[in-house]
Design a protein around this ligand. Structure first.
Ligand code: F6R
Ligand code: ZN
Length: 185
């Protein structure tokens, strides 16, 4: 008996088939995420900032795995590039792998003391995200940033800390160049 597997297109980053869903985050869903809230609220609230395809076969059980692909669209809110909300896993010691599939960007990482650092993301890059480390993807390029991910299915997502005080760094553009803005709030 041969079962039809789900399909994963590593070029387009699209997933389809068994257990696959896609969630869409629009600018209107991202209140308070960007530095310039006035610029965000003045934008078309239906603009897509990112999509996440995800395969959930096992449910949120200990020992299971989820597989996902994030698509972060190119664009800016004020001078800040489009990015994911960012989270730390609800079960803090749960790690995760990310890998770059398309486009260019930054993976921001932050430990529980707010120490923040960054890695370049590009096709072929591989990123080990240890437990206890918050993570956020930022698209600094002109194409869609496509990033694969695999994480423990019981990890959960805690958005609260990052929603309240962000990361220690923000990724902004000045005179056409990317730079890091230090957030001391
Ligand atoms: C799962 C994971 C990714 C993100 C995705 C969207 O643990 O890290 O699949 O969930 O990149 O980012 P958030 O969840 O921060 O909106
Ligand atoms: Zn995660």
């Amino acid at each position: 008996m041969i079962k039809q597997p789900a399909l994963y297109d590593a070029k387009t980053g699209k997933l389809s088939g068994s257990g696959v869903s896609c969630s869409i985050r629009k600018i209107g869903d991202l209140k308070g995420v960007y530095l310039d809230e006035e610029a965000r609220s003045a934008m078309d609230q239906n603009t897509v900032a990112y999509k996440v395809y995800m395969q959930n076969i096992c449910g949120e059980v200990e020992g299971g795995l989820f597989f996902g692909v994030s698509h972060v669209y190119p664009g800016k809110v004020g001078n800040e590039y489009f990015m994911t909300k960012g989270h730390i896993h609800a079960i803090r010691n749960r790690g995760e792998y990310y890998w770059g599939l398309g486009g260019h960007g930054i993976l921001l990482l932050m430990n529980e003391d707010r120490h923040t650092w960054a890695e370049h993301v590009f096709p072929g890059s591989l990123h080990y995200i240890a437990g206890h480390v918050g993570h956020r993807l930022i698209n600094t390029g002109d194409e869609i940033l496509i990033v694969g991910a695999c994480w423990p299915s019981d990890a959960g997502h805690d958005y609260n800390i990052i929603q309240q005080s962000g990361f220690g760094l923000r990724v902004m553009e000045r005179e056409g160049k990317m730079y890091f803005w230090e957030d001391h709030s």
